[in-house]
Write a protein that binds this ligand. Structure first.
Ligand SMILES: *[C@@H]1O[C@H](CO)[C@@H](O)[C@H](O)[C@H]1NC(C)=O
Ligand SMILES: *[C@@H]1O[C@H](CO)[C@@H](O)[C@H](O)[C@H]1NC(C)=O
Ligand SMILES: *[C@@H]1O[C@H](CO)[C@@H](O)[C@H](O)[C@H]1NC(C)=O
Ligand SMILES: *[C@@H]1O[C@H](CO)[C@@H](O)[C@H](O)[C@H]1NC(C)=O
Length: 739
């Protein structure tokens, strides 16, 4: 399913197209074999031995008839595993073989600008280490890239950093340059859409947009037809981009392609990976290609930044949940779009949308969808008011504006002039519809309906949008996925928020600017998009910026710096509190100077996995180290991973008494004294021991205990710990919750 579809549409609206796509695809391939991913942990021998091991394992289950076409991928550059077409029985047989960690069906993932950096207080003239920055390679797993965009011009760039070992697939006129230093595409199963191109070239827009947000050049006077006008720029404009195209047009991104991209990106020498994509439900760590890939990336010192997902506001919807990757929620910037609807009685209603169409103030007849059912399709007056696709009669809506109870595309499909829709959820964003449209509160839509019913010839027009300052920003976008983390409730996810609403960034001129099928508006070089897909590359850019100041920091250290320097957000605007925004909104200018970091080394994650119930045998395969034994780590608990946030699941009104253990590393002033400042809601007592940490040198580590006592009456209780030395404020959110 389309990344595009998910990023900027109200998700329920899309379910329709999802069901449709899947349905068509399944009936097309009647086979009992499907693609399975076989994950085998750290690579044991060299690449050749590893791939012949994969071939022989496959032969053992499907016989020597196993042609090369049965083996879709042999993962052997950065870890070991393969993807193959197997029956369920064959998959089970492989699962029982030596050295296999997990076998799981390759699920399809989906893809989940420029004021945003200024809004974060990260100006164009920010202090930079340009030479170091230009050696940073940002790997982007997405729908490809449009290399001719101004955002990727390589003027002033030297040759690729010498550590770069990647490749550029030059097909269909695609060429790399000194900005885009590598590009590959992945497609080993299924068809590509007719609009797609077999090359790393992006024809849908998503990948071009995310790559330019993370690391695009400065491009002045960028806008979508005047909207969002400003200088478009990435977080690290001097960095290089390596493209891994795993998502195809309006189709989805296959798990086995994603894992192949991780295998390559790690071996190619990227410094950071940005993956604005995810599944529908969270999966166990080693049954998920993004989690597996980012685990091996972490072991190689590479942070993976991922989008939380666009399945909010329901709880437990965050799908990027592993403690070794960053999970990013989507927050608003101070940009909003209001679209006025004027009625024949001169009343004006204010709706939300990005309406770049100009009806030139001309009045058109307006009809309620409920008065225009497509009876051929079995719709009647009570079922067509929602204007679902194909529910309206073309002859009744032609030349008219259609009033609908909820946001929907039926008016566009039926050929209406415009659409006025009710049912706008609170904190939803302005969507860009393929026809003149405005999305209103249900109350306003009801009033318009009363007007339509009250007169013989009701008329209306929809004005071009007004761009306004949203003074209540930042808050979390309605559709941003929420915690808790259903896989490890003790690890708070999402980790933090970043701008992901109405983001202007680069766009391929051949891609329509909305994801709605049938949108013919092309030839735009910059476009506005919304979703956690847009938030993720902001965090990627901020992480790369930190790395330019601290090239040796571990992925966990970079995560800690981003998390503890984030700007807290308000529970008043957001009842889901930390489950919506994690530690708060990223603050890229502060992030390289966190004062203290909560570091985690690869072995700490292994201890965490032992405590989560993974066996010694499995972990030895995953790490390739026979010394990794769960028995050695039995004294701690799952709460003791040195994570920079604290999450404690409990049950209602149960008395809590819990101790967290953490260790901080001094990266601020060599000698310093940090005092613990705790805020806690009524009912909770939080104590820190020792309450003062005295550092005598740079790099020194000191440990402390954080004890929580009391009970909570609400579903979520938010507290915080700040270590402060007067100069640095190291803030960790603490959340006690009922799962
Ligand atoms: C490559 O570019 C040429 C010239 O612009 C064009 O005619 C041709 O169709 C392009 N080929 C592909 C595969 O896009
Ligand atoms: C309209 O259609 C719906 C759904 O098919 C049906 O349940 C309902 O009874 C119909 N209403 C009328 C008034 O025919
Ligand atoms: C009305 O329904 C018919 C039958 O399902 C369908 O073919 C047609 O496209 C629909 N009309 C519109 C305008 O959606
Ligand atoms: C577990 O044991 C190690 C080694 O004895 C010790 O350093 C660590 O503090 C202990 N952890 C806890 C949570 O007690």
């Amino acid at each position: 399913m389309a990344c595009k579809t998910t990023t900027s549409t109200l998700s329920w609206l899309l379910l329709f197209s999802l069901a449709f796509t899947l349905h068509v695809r399944h009936s097309a391939s009647q086979t009992d074999r499907k693609v399975y991913i076989v994950y085998m942990g750290e690579r044991q021998g060299d690449e050749d031995t590893t791939s012949s091991l994969h071939t022989s394992m496959l032969q053992e289950v499907i016989g020597s008839s196993a042609g090369p076409e049965s083996l879709l991928y042999s993962y052997k550059r950065s870890f070991s595993g393969f993807a193959a077409k197997l029956t369920e029985q064959e998959a089970q047989q492989v699962a029982g073989m030596d050295g296999v960690v997990s076998v799981f069906p390759s699920e399809n993932k989906k893809l989940h600008t420029t004021r945003s950096w200024d809004f974060l207080g990260f100006p164009q003239q920010v202090k930079r280490r340009r030479t170091v920055e230009s050696n940073i390679i940002v790997g982007v797993l997405d729908s490809g890239i449009w290399p001719e965009s101004d955002s990727f011009n390589d003027k002033g760039f030297g040759p690729p950093p010498s550590k770069w070992k990647g490749a550029c697939q030059t097909s269909a006129n695609f060429t790399c340059n000194n900005k885009i230093i590598g590009a590959q595409y992945y497609k080993r199963e299924g068809l590509i859409g007719k609009e797609e191109i077999r090359s790393p070239r992006d024809v849908s827009g998503h990948g071009t947009h995310t790559a330019s947000t993370a690391a695009g050049n400065l491009v002045s006077e960028a806008s979508l037809r005047g909207y969002g006008l400003g200088t478009a720029r990435g977080g690290v404009p001097s960095a290089r981009i390596a493209v891994y195209k795993v998502c195809w047009g309006t189709e989805s991104c296959s798990g086995h392609d994603i894992l192949a991209a991780f295998d390559d990106a790690i071996a190619d020498g990227v410094d950071i990976i940005s993956a604005s994509l995810g599944g529908n439900t969270p999966r166990f760590y080693f049954d998920d290609p993004i989690s597996i890939g980012s685990f091996h990336a972490m072991r190689n010192g590479i942070l993976t930044s991922t989008s939380a997902g666009n399945e909010g506001p329901n709880s437990g919807t965050v799908t990027s949940v592993s403690p070794w990757s960053l999970s990013v929620a989507s927050s608003t910037i101070d940009r909003m779009f209001l679209t006025e609807v004027k009625l024949g009685n001169n009343k004006i209603y204010q709706g939300f949308s990005i309406n770049i169409f100009d009806l030139k103030n001309q009045m058109y007849p307006i009809i309620y969808g409920g008065d225009a059912p497509n009876t051929t399709a079995g719709f009647n007056g009570s079922s067509s008011g929602n204007c679902m696709p194909y529910s309206l009669a073309r002859n009744l809506v032609k030349g008219k504006i259609v009033l609908c109870d909820v946001p929907s595309l039926g008016s566009f499909i039926a050929g209406a002039v415009g659409s006025v829709m009710g049912g706008r959820p609170r904190h939803s964003f302005a969507d860009d519809f393929p026809l003149p449209a405005s999305l209103l509160d249900s109350k306003d839509a009801k009033n318009i309906r009363a007007y339509v019913r009250s007169t013989r010839n009701p008329t209306a027009t929809i004005l071009k949008s007004n761009e306004r300052k949203d003074t209540s920003s930042p808050y979390i976008c309605y559709s941003s996925s929420r915690g808790p983390n259903l896989i490890s409730p003790t690890i708070l996810k999402p980790d933090l928020a970043a701008p992901g609403v109405h983001i202007l960034a680069a766009w391929p001129p051949i891609a329509p600017i909305s994801e709605y099928e049938g949108d013919k508006r092309v030839q735009y070089s910059y476009n506005m998009q919304t979703g956690t897909s847009m938030a993720c590359p902001h965090a990627t850019g901020a992480a790369a910026y930190i790395k330019s100041f601290h090239p040796t920091w571990s992925p966990a250290a970079i995560m800690s710096a981003l998390i503890t320097t984030a700007t807290p957000m308000s529970t008043e605007k957001e009842p889901d509190a930390e489950f919506a925004y994690g530690a708060g909104n990223i603050n890229p200018i502060k992030a390289p100077y966190p004062g203290l970091i909560y570091d985690i080394n690869p072995l700490d994650y292994i201890k965490f996995l032992c405590r989560e119930g993974y066996t010694t045998k499995l972990l030895q395969i995953i790490t390739g180290d026979i010394n990794d034994r769960c028995s050695k780590v039995s004294n701690g608990t799952i709460f003791d991973l040195n994570y920079p946030t604290f999450a404690l699941p409990t049950s209602p009104s149960k008395f809590i008494h819990h101790v967290f253990y953490r260790t901080v590393t001094n990266v601020g002033s060599p000698t310093s004294s940090y005092k613990a400042v705790v805020t806690a809601p009524r009912g909770l007592k939080i104590k820190v021991k020792p309450s003062v940490l005295l550092f005598k040198m740079f790099g020194q580590k000191l440990s402390f205990e954080l004890t929580i006592k009391g009970r909570i009456e609400k579903r979520i209780a938010s507290a915080s710990l700040i270590w402060s030395d007067g100069k640095f404020q190291v803030r960790s959110p603490i959340i006690v919750f009922v799962p």
